[in-house]
Design a protein around this ligand. Structure first.
Ligand SMILES: Cc1ncc(C[n+]2csc(CCOP(=O)(O)OP(=O)(O)O)c2C)c(N)n1
Ligand SMILES: CC(=O)[C@@H](O)[C@H](O)COP(=O)(O)O
Ligand SMILES: [Mg+2]
Length: 641
């Protein structure tokens, strides 16, 4: 029987073992050699499937053997398997009864790209952000002990995710708690790009010098056998050993955290993995199994260039970043040419942030700090305090990790840090854990911070220039999207702080739009004009400070609508509503933005439509708003999401 999707079959693929795997129980019936064969079928399925749907790729190929071994040795969902980041959990999903849904991977209303508790009992913990697995796993292990239960808990964390401070906090706590808990470190020397930092170098030494401890034992034994002086020599060796110990003894760092260190083991050698996991399963206390794998294993292009195959390259753009990110990167180079104080800082997202060319051009003025957003923010504060002009390039969703650092280290001290917030708004297939939903709400409340969003890539250039002219902290947010483009020849100029931009005159209503919603508003205005309604369209530009004078002027004479790609609660529309209330201005206000629920995956267009941020919904809301004016209804503030 050929394995096939609802909407098509896999031409010529033969999954004689895989097609019979509907749950881990089916896997447990297979012997070692069948599991090795199954690994080949899983890899073939991944290539066939992800090449069609897109999604994360290299990391999944790297954990095929591990995932098979985990579901062979442990008993999910009774035993808990917790994935870090979760981009490498496709094999786990395949083995836990979701293979026939893979044609819907990361599609609207389809299979999520990350583990989700409400998708399967085998998904012990939802994830998408890095460095959470050890904390979550430890929590489950402690809960188990408190309940007098005895299931196993396994957290799988990559070497990239291990650079996240949260992971260190959890290791520290686990070592103190001392409960039975297995952490598997999947070390492939890669984050999205090559892994960075001293920890990565330490792991490299562990990988390359596992024999140190055996050599030390042999030397000691040989020394002891030397008549007369052997004992003195051994004592000397002991002293020498302790001074060297901190360099080479495998796993000393982890043993320092109270973990038994096992490894490094070959993460693609299924038989030895099975044995190692069986051993580890029966050890008491915290255990760390250091596994060495190859990101992209089994697919030549991905093995050769694992950074380019972190996700399946989208055919249209062949790995180039979205247009706003590209323009950001190009503008950064322009700004760095003009001002030697400008430096770029990114938490492990060089390619995604559009900084690859910047790194080639200015290798000494860019810092990839690893998956360490909190450190990145305060590192920027330190750079600014000492006279540099740091630009923190960070995704909206990951900036959430550094909220206190933005307040405590950057804004209270009014340090001139530019926070370039990429992926602000709907990101699409990455779904709930990655939507850039909250930054306007959580940044708007911080004193001393300026917050702006361009209507297109051209305005982004000028906003970056404007931001770097300021003496205090400025955040510029922009979407994972291709906008109207940029005239890169236009000389950079400052945009007056707190000033919006009138794009279209009309006297029936005023739509104040933020970022790409300006384009939606302009299209809606064309449609409204055909209905005899004339709308003023304003490019808000600034979420903070508000253009109070303009808002008040329009609110006094016509109904207002605000549109933003961000949470309604606390966003730009809320700021406008607060202003009108504070000024005692009675008018109709309709606010459009993200509703009060997490927004699942799909394409940007599908999701924006689903939440009412497309032209049709804006036209409907505007018509309703104007209708209210004719009906002489009492002025009020309404929110239509
Ligand atoms: C807090 C946070 N920052 C950044 C990211 C983006 N990100 C996703 S995967 C990844 C690299 C993860 O490396 P590793 O844990 O070694 O997994 P591998 O892909 O090598 O298997 C990064 C930086 C994220 N998911 N979460
Ligand atoms: C898993 C993860 O967090 C990253 O791989 C993220 O999916 C990258 O997002 P972009 O594709 O928007 O760069
Ligand atoms: Mg890695």
């Amino acid at each position: 029987m050929e394995l096939s999707w609802a909407d098509g079959s896999f031409e010529g693929c033969c999954f004689t073992l895989l097609e019979h795997i509907r749950s881990p129980k089916d896997l447990k019936r297979l012997n070692e050699s069948q599991l090795v064969d199954l690994a080949a079928e899983v890899r073939e399925f991944l290539v066939e499937s992800v090449s069609k749907t897109g999604g994360h790729f290299g990391a999944n190929l790297g954990v095929v053997e591990l995932t098979l071994a985990l579901h062979k040795v442990f008993d999910s969902p009774r035993d808990k398997i917790v994935w870090d980041v979760g981009h490498q959990a496709y094999v786990h999903k395949m083995l836990t009864g979701r293979m026939d849904k893979f044609s819907t991977l990361r599609k609207f209303k389809g299979l999520a790209g990350f583990p989700k508790r409400n998708e399967s009992p085998h998904d012990a913990f939802g994830v998408g952000h890095a460095s959470t697995s050890i904390s979550a796993g430890l929590g489950m292990a402690v809960a188990r002990d408190l309940a007098g239960q005895h299931y196993k808990v396994v957290s799988v964390i990559g070497d990239g995710a291990l650079t996240g401070g949260m992971a260190m906090e959890a290791l520290n706590h686990a070592g103190e708690v001392g409960t039975d808990f297995l952490v598997i470190l999947n070390d492939n020397e890669m984050s999205i790009a090559e892994n960075v930092g001293a920890l990565s170098q330490y792991l490299t030494r562990l990988r390359s010098d596992p024999t140190y401890s055996r050599a030390k034992a042999e030397i000691e034994n040989a020394m002891r056998r030397v008549p007369g002086i052997g004992r003195t020599l051994t004592r000397t060796l002991e002293r020498l050993k302790d001074s060297m110990r901190h360099m080479f003894v495998p796993g000393l760092l982890f043993e320092g955290f109270g973990f038994k260190y096992l490894g490094p083991v070959d993460g693609h050698d299924l038989p030895s993995l099975l044995k190692m996991l069986e051993d580890a399963k029966n050890l008491r206390g915290p255990v760390l199994l250091h596994m060495v794998t190859q990101k992209g294993k089994g697919y030549a292009s991905a093995e050769e260039a694992p950074d380019k195959w972190h996700a399946w390259p989208s055919s249209a753009k062949k790995n180039s970043p979205p247009s706003y990110s590209k323009v950001f990167g190009d503008t950064m180079m322009e700004l760095a040419e003009a001002d030697p104080r400008v430096v770029a800082v990114t938490p492990a997202m060089v390619p995604g942030s559009g900084l690859t060319k910047f790194r080639e051009r200015f290798p000494n003025r860019i810092y990839d700090v690893g998956i360490a957003e909190q450190h990145a923010a305060t590192f920027c504060a330190g750079l600014a305090a000492a006279g540099r002009k740091p630009v923190l390039a960070i995704y909206s969703t990951f900036l959430q990790r550094a909220y206190d650092q933005v307040i405590h280290d950057i804004c209270i001290q009014q340090l001139p840090v530019v926070i370039a917030i990429d992926r602000a708004g709907i990101v699409g297939p990455d779904g709930e854990t990655h939507q850039g939903a909250f930054d306007m709400a959580y940044l708007r409340t911080i004193p001393n911070l300026t917050l702006m969003m361009p209507k297109d890539e051209g305005e982004l250039r000028h906003m970056m220039f404007t931001a770097l002219q300021q003496q205090g902290p400025v955040a510029v947010r922009y979407p994972r999207a291709d906008g109207a483009g940029a005239n890169v020849e236009e000389p950079l100029h400052e945009i007056p702080i707190g000033k919006s931009e009138l794009l279209r005159e009309g006297d029936d209503l005023c739509i104040m739009a933020v970022g790409p919603m300006v384009g939606v508003a302009l299209q809606a205005a064309e449609r409204l004009a055909q209905q005899g309604l004339s709308a003023s369209i304003i490019n808000a530009r600034y979420i903070k400070p508000l253009d109070k004078e303009t808002i008040i002027r329009y609110a006094k004479v016509m109904p207002l609508m605000t549109i933003e790609e961000g949470a309604l609660a606390g966003g730009f529309g809320s700021a406008v509503a607060e202003l009108l209330m504070d000024e005692g201005i009675q008018t109709e206000l309709a606010r459009k933005g993200f509703p009060d629920h997490f927004i699942e995956h799909g394409t940007r267009a599908e999701v924006l439509s689903e939440i009412g941020l497309d032209v049709d919904h804006v036209v409907d809301a505007a018509t309703k708003l104007c209708g209210h004016k004719d009906a002489r209804q009492s002025p009020s503030v309404r929110a239509w999401s």
